[in-house]
Design a protein around this ligand. Structure first.
Ligand code: PLP
Length: 358
């Protein structure tokens, strides 16, 4: 059986190093924020090429806190993609603001920049692109539109740590960048964790307070924040794993290229934009006809493929109040019917060679 993702296998070669890092935290008796988190923030800021990195409790909180830093509130609109994990738009709604979904590019599955301008209104405050599956959105066009209309840009880079747009790490290009350390992400902790990055001193200062209930120092609360901190244990694990991230991402790219060679005749294999470094958080292809049959056939053979995402956000029950209906965002809807993610392991190749998919 080939699981969709096998974390035991990933960690096996570095287990001793991970256990030592955990022991260091246990011995320190310091579990929330503290020096371990501060060191991790420094190291990852350097890796991403940003001035500030602020560790938080999850990728979802990273998004929420970023929008809070921008002062997004009821009545504001934020332009985003319908083809993403729930958290992206959930954060907008949680603040009482309105997500405005713009359809995606059928090749990259990311927000289609040529459709953004017509979605801008006097209420629009920000654009929230997602680098879905590890492929950068077209940040040149998005930043240009944002500049022209005086909008903020928050990057949801939760699936794309290490990915680059024209040589710059994603997350470092917009006003704020959000990352998740959910265990299955390209850089995952041993539990929940997240990060906001920015080059803006004021946003960084706000975020460092916002994650501890708006406190500038203990028991001095300047404003109403939330409780969202990165644990020292997670930071210790992430510091070890960060050293291997480039190697792991390179491995993913190599396997993806092998899959491309094997599968491009039968499927629509991932398209990579010029200027983009795709880190294949997922290897997602489009099955022109009979996606569900291919999924079942692979699973029968023990290849645990999956569908991300079967329902775009504009059709989710929780967003009914926004008034979208089937057919409003045809590209995202079509992709949800045809997309298939396969486990990114070299052994999967042999299954594809064996399986008769016709
Ligand atoms: C994983 C993910 C998130 C949320 O991250 P959590 O750490 O699970 O809260 C947000 N956006 C996208 C695109 C993600 O893939």
């Amino acid at each position: 059986m080939i699981p969709f993702i096998d974390l035991k296998r990933l960690h096996e070669p570095i287990k001793n190093e991970l256990m030592l890092a955990i022991k260091r935290v246990v011995d320190s008796g310091n579990f929330i924020l503290g020096p371990e988190v501060a060191s991790f923030e420094k190291e990852i800021a350097r890796y991403l090429g940003v001035k500030h990195a602020i560790g938080v409790a999850s990728g979802s909180d990273a998004l929420l806190l970023s929008l809070m830093a921008l002062g997004i509130k009821e009545g504001d609109e934020v332009i985003t993609t319908p083809f993403t994990f729930f958290a992206t738009a959930g954060a907008i709604m949680r603040l009482g603001a309105t997500p405005v979904f713009v359809d995606v590019d059928e090749r990259t599955f990311n927000i289609n920049p040529s459709l953004i301008e017509s979605a801008i209104t006097s209420k629009t405050k920000a654009i929230l692109p997602v680098h879905i599956f590890g492929q950068p959105s077209n940040m040149s066009e998005i930043m240009m539109i944002a500049k022209k209309h005086d909008l903020f840009v928050v990057e949801d880079a939760c699936q794309a740590i290490g990915a680059e747009w024209k040589g710059r790490k994603v997350g470092s290009i917009g006003d704020l960048g959000c990352f998740s350390f959910f265990p299955t992400k390209n850089l995952g902790g041993f539990g929940d964790g997240g990060l906001v990055v920015t080059n803006n001193d004021e946003f960084a200062d706000y975020l460092r307070k916002a994650r501890v209930h708006g406190a500038k120092k203990k028991y001095e609360h300047q404003f109403i924040g939330i409780n969202s901190r990165l644990d020292a244990l997670q930071a210790a694990v992430l510091r070890v794993k960060l050293k291997y991230l480039n190697y792991w991402n390179a491995e993913r790219i190599k396997i993806a290229q092998e899959f491309n060679d094997l599968l491009r005749e039968r499927f629509i294999t991932p398209f990579v934009l010029k200027g983009a470094k795709h880190v294949y958080h997922q290897y997602a292809l489009l099955v022109k006809e009979g996606r569900d049959e291919v999924l079942v056939s692979l699973r029968k053979k023990g290849v645990m493929a999956g569908v991300y995402y079967p329902k775009p956000l504009h059709l989710q029950e929780s967003f009914l109040s926004l008034g979208y209906k089937k057919g409003d965002l045809p590209v995202a809807e079509e992709i949800s019917k045809k997309i298939l993610s396969i486990p990114l392991y070299p052994e999967v190749k042999k299954y594809f060679l064996e399986v008769n998919l016709d």
